[in-house]
Design a protein around this ligand. Structure first.
Ligand code: PMP
Length: 572
């Protein structure tokens, strides 16, 4: 096996060569999904070109070929996590579906009133909501384990909270927000001592740790292929055979059936009992290529390199005064969540995006954790072994620049502008007299000279200043726009004489305020009909801002536009 070399490793991921708007792609959103090596991409093409057929169903040679390739990957997966048997490897479409499968099949059938389901404060929604639902239906109670300030599940608290009533423990191996390895082995042991069944959400661990399910002694272990350089649409549910044998199927139809008649149906054996319908065959085959790719990596050396990255990023970020990590400890995987004093996380992420750096901002599907930290989100930077020190240097340099630029602006703002927190009377005045709102022609002129994404982004941030802020007392739930990663509010006034609508909008994120100004440049003081007739997509396309109207909930602009259109319909 070859020595791990980041440049050789990196070359295997073609997407990393991307240059967008003169910026080389720096992909720091690996906790959301990792990029795919050529081996996985080629596997997909080869399968469709040479082996495509449905699995298990037919005896023709193509089906045999597809089925053999498909089932072979179950063997590989068994070896990868050291399961005892291939019967313990169930294909799902991801971690989320795997947890849902266990929640429905086990939770709904074996948990009862008064039983306790124990999770932790730092779970992904995928490991909260299914259990919340099970608890609601069965009458079981959800118990939440607290964290230490270092961001791991508090073992001391767990010792008292995991009681005889605990019938199920569902916790993450590594949090997707905090990046710390939880003491899962000890927690599994505690739960076992009370006779509970255990599930470990390994979505963030699988790419970084050697997972041995027998050594962990968990009952279920779940992960997604796409977070470990594999395909999307595929997850693994590992379950102990004796438990899976006992559990009823989760979905019905296809290969999970042995015999069907109107007098009754018998189910197939494991693992097929849990795999209804045509599976994601190509993803399974590609996952085989991914596991071979994994086998060829010098894991110790890769882990050493990842550790160097962790130390490097941690030290560099610690130098940024405005930056505050969510946990008071260096993470165990290269995943860093932080806030920047006085700066909205979405503004930081959109600035970095304008420099070609892909990071994540928001609640990271862990709203209860954010709530416990009294935050509405953070920036998350997550690296993989193909990222380099040079990328880190560039990122940190840009972050420094951004923070100092923002600090300077907010000082100026304090001196020159006292409009934050205006009173209701002021809002009414602005809403009714805001005839001087920037026009669409002016916006078009501004953007026609801003060619690069960098400049467009700067322009959006400058436009943000045009929006009069809403007083906090006026930001109520009714005006809150769902679909935005940052908080955004929209108020409306209707003039029954002119039939015109006047909007007042605000957001915590400057980038959203800037985009709101652009939206309002065409919608402000217009009738419902004029708003409906206006082609906003064409307008955004002219401005070169179509990415902001994407259905991604990342920026929520689409949600704002939809809300305005909805209002316009009501006032037509
Ligand atoms: N759990 C954790 C800890 C995760 O990080 C994620 C993905 N962000 C999930 C569950 C859900 O994974 P998927 O979307 O692949 O089902």
């Amino acid at each position: 096996m070859r020595k791990f070399s980041v440049s050789v490793f990196r070359q295997q991921f073609p997407i990393l060569q991307t240059v967008n708007d003169n910026h080389k792609l720096i992909y720091f959103d690996n906790a959301a999904t990792t990029q795919k090596p050529q081996a996985v991409i080629t596997s997909s093409v080869n399968f469709y070109q040479q082996s495509n057929a449905n699995v298990h169903r037919a005896s023709h040679f193509l089906s045999v070929k597809a089925t053999t390739a498909y089932e072979q990957v179950r063997e590989q997966s068994k070896a990868f996590i050291n399961a005892k048997s291939i019967k313990e490897i169930i294909w799902t479409k991801g971690t989320t579906e795997a947890i849902n499968l266990v929640a429905h099949s086990y939770g709904m059938n074996y948990l009862n009133q008064g039983d306790e389901i124990v999770i932790s404060q730092a779970e992904h929604h995928a490991n909260i909501v299914p259990w919340q639902y099970v608890a609601k239906v069965t009458g079981a109670k959800l118990v939440v384990l607290p964290l230490t300030p270092q961001g791991i599940i508090d073992l001391t608290a767990a010792k008292s909270l995991i009681s005889k009533k605990c019938k199920f423990l569902a916790i993450n191996h590594i949090s997707n927000v905090l990046g710390k390895i939880n003491p899962v082995k000890e927690l599994i042991k505690l739960a076992k001592q009370q006779g509970a069944v255990t599930l470990i959400d390994g979505a963030q661990a699988i790419a970084h740790l050697k997972v041995d399910v027998q050594e962990l002694n968990c009952d279920f272990y779940v992960f997604s292929a796409h977070k470990m350089f594999g395909p999307t649409g595929l997850g693994v549910l590992y379950g102990k055979q004796e438990l899976l044998e006992e559990m009823p199927p989760y979905q019905f139809g296809g290969e999970m059936i042995k015999k069907v008649s109107f007098s009754g149906t018998s189910y197939n054996e494991l693992p097929h009992k849990f795999e209804a319908g045509t599976p994601n065959i190509v993803a399974v085959v590609d996952f085989g290529a991914c596991l071979r790719f994994f086998d060829n990596i010098q894991h110790d050396q890769m882990a050493t390199y990842e550790q160097q990255l962790i130390d490097y990023v941690f030290t560099k970020l610690n130098d940024i005064k405005a930056l505050k990590f969510l946990a008071k400890a260096c993470p165990d995987i290269p995943l860093f969540s932080f806030t920047l004093q006085g700066i909205h996380h979405q503004d930081a992420a959109s600035f970095l995006d304008s420099k070609g750096i892909a990071v994540r901002s928001g609640h990271h599907c862990a709203m209860p954790l954010m709530e416990s930290l009294a935050l509405d989100g953070s920036v998350r930077v997550s690296l993989a072994a193909y990222n380099t020190f040079a990328e880190v240097d560039y990122f940190v340099e840009q972050l420094h620049l951004f923070c100092s630029g923002e600090a300077e602006q907010s000082n100026q703002h304090r001196i020159h502008d006292h409009r934050e927190g205006v009173e209701q009377a002021d809002v009414d005045r602005v809403i009714s007299t805001n005839a001087e709102f920037i026009s669409a022609d002016e916006v078009l002129a501004l953007f026609s000279s801003a060619k690069s994404w960098d400049l467009k982004h700067r322009q959006i941030m400058l436009l943000a200043k045009q929006l009069v802020r809403l007083d906090k007392a006026l930001r109520n739930e009714d005006d809150l726009i769902s679909g935005c990663e940052s908080q955004a509010w929209l108020k409306v006034k209707f003039n029954s004489q002119t039939k015109q609508l006047t909007f007042q909008a605000d957001s915590d994120a400057k980038v959203i305020r800037g985009l709101m100004v652009i939206i309002l440049s065409v919608y402000q003081h217009k009738t419902g009909q004029q708003i409906i007739d206006f082609d906003i997509e064409e307008y955004f396309s002219h401005l070169g801002l179509m990415q902001h109207l994407s259905p991604s909930r990342g920026n929520g602009v689409k949600a704002i536009v939809e809300r305005i259109k909805q209002i316009a319909y009501n006032y037509q």
